[in-house]
Design a protein around this ligand. Structure first.
Ligand code: COA
Length: 176
């Protein structure tokens, strides 16, 4: 596997929006109560076109021409950060986070914040493995049923995030 992290370009919007639709459904449909309602493709595309035209930081992980992950930061807020499910546990999320944190540090941001859906145990394990600290909770009301987020903070100068390279998924005895 040969994956690289680069800044997103305006003409990546369509591919990012398409991957976001896939990863959003794969992540949240099993976790929410009631039916999963996907944001419309046109709204998703418009959001990414606006994000890529703005002053935020958007990085993509690419294997050849294929976008397999993305991460976005606006001010001191990181959100969203998603990796194609077929590419999980290869160090891509960590590499995206590392480069986002480096980019924020270069913009004089000393710590970044983000929300994680409280039922998203995989993302919580990921962020805590990277050294993020839970600082509180927030009840979100932007869905038909209010839901709980955990609020996290992570310092931008974290050299410990440097992986030697992308790697094959490690074998674990317990199912995840
Ligand atoms: C969270 C996410 C970005 C992690 O990406 P990833 O590329 O699979 O993560 P990495 O391979 O870089 O993992 C780094 C470390 O985080 C921890 N980790 C990652 N996924 C984990 C999981 N499912 N369970 C337990 N620990 C996990 C491990 O310590 C891992 O190191 P290891 O593989 O050497 O044990 C990915 O699972 C994802 O896209 N999820 C769906 C979207 C999402 O929930 N995003 C976050 C909210 S915006």
């Amino acid at each position: 596997m040969s994956v690289a992290i680069r800044s997103a370009k305006p003409d990546d919007a369509t591919a990012i929006a398409r991957l976001h639709a896939l990863t959003h459904r794969a992540t949240y449909a099993p976790l929410i109560d009631g039916p999963y309602e996907a944001p419309s493709p046109s709204r998703r595309l418009a959001e990414w076109q606006a994000a890529l035209a703005g002053s935020g930081l958007t990085l993509v992980a690419v294997e050849g021409d294929r976008i397999v992950g993305f991460g976005h930061a606006e001010g001191d807020r990181i959100e969203p950060l998603h990796v194609d499910p077929a590419y999980h546990r290869h160090g891509i999320g960590r590499a995206l986070m590392r480069d986002l944190l480096d980019g924020l540090q270069a913009r004089a941001v000393s710590s970044a914040i983000f929300n994680v859906f409280a039922r998203n145990a995989k993302a919580i394990a990921f962020y805590e493995a990277l050294g993020a600290r839970r600082t509180g909770t927030e009840t979100m009301t932007d869905a038909p049923v209010p839901y709980l987020d955990f609020v996290y903070e992570i310092e931008t100068g974290l050299g410990s995030l440097r992986p030697a390279s992308f790697h094959a998924p490690r074998k674990h005895a317990a199912p995840r």
